[in-house]
Ligand binder design. Sequence first.
Ligand code: PMP
Length: 359
Amino acid sequence: MNRIYNFNAGPSALPLEVLKEIQDSFLNFNNSGMSIVEISHRSKEFESVINGTKEKVTKLFELGSDFEVLFVQGGASMQFAMLPMNLLKAGDSADYVNTGTWSTKAINEIKSQNRKFNVVASSEDSNFSYIPKNIKFSDNAKYVHITTNNTIKGTQWHSLPDTNNIPIVADMSSDIMSYPIDAKKFGLIYAGAQKNLGVPGVCLVIIRKDLLNSIGDDIPVMLNYKTYAQKNSMYNTPPCFSIYVMWLILKWIEEKGGLSAVYQENKQKAEVLYDFIDNSSIYTGTAEKDSRSFMNVTFLLKDKNLEEKFIQEATKNSIGGIKGHRSVGGFRASIYNSTDIEKVKYLVNFMDEFQKKVK
Ligand code: PMP
């Protein structure tokens, strides 16, 4: 079967090796005589998967013993609501930086809970085409919320803001495990799995233990991070398959040489594509250069009339998923960890051929 060059934003391409491993073990997981989707979440087999996944997250992110790793359903979107519920007590306030659609949604959730918050910076004035700099944070904020990579607008924080020791709470849904992090700066990290961590159905949450321990009991059980920590994320039936795929993906990252190796490749991939766009005559990037995402490359055709032809030709050439998000239009190539440099070069070659044809 011919697989296409898949640049979808999420759910997105998975490494072929991982898909094959899923296929191989799907009917008989770990010699249990059962599929991974048939085994009990209370079985030894699944226990080794969930614990193995936690260990791999801890090791790859060098979390030490200060953090708890949790698996929560409801996607990253549910985290927008869980964060203020868990991390703020009555009267507490949090700072938010607005860098696009997902940050805006996170802000709308805290607003709907009638809690105190400040939007301390926003790039809305320029259609979210950049990451704000020199931000002044509130002295009394309990946390600072940022979206490390803005999947729709194609911008990314390339260094963390100096928050004066206020813990950063980060939505890393679209760039998690694509570069090494300095865990000390974070109070909480969350990411829906369906981009760099596998398939939908699970949201990875990493929370600093001191923040976890200060959470009250006046929160519904399923919305309280403590429930997940106390029950090894198995208070109820967890999304076993999604966690299993995350485990395979993390193993694949380890085999590639870990996050430094993955980062080098991601940087190189993004440079190849951005360099081509910058030197072309018919394409133009939409994000400001110093804020460009290494994961989601957003661009436009200078002549809008060519858009349909571009998509048609791309499809003919087995390229999929490059239409921009429906809210912004244009184009977006999502080049997550599993998209190797050869696939990016294939896309560049196609874009170059298209340019020669229409010029
Ligand atoms: N945050 C970011 C940065 C995202 O890209 C997305 C989804 N594309 C979300 C949050 C929402 O994630 P979910 O669909 O898992 O709720």
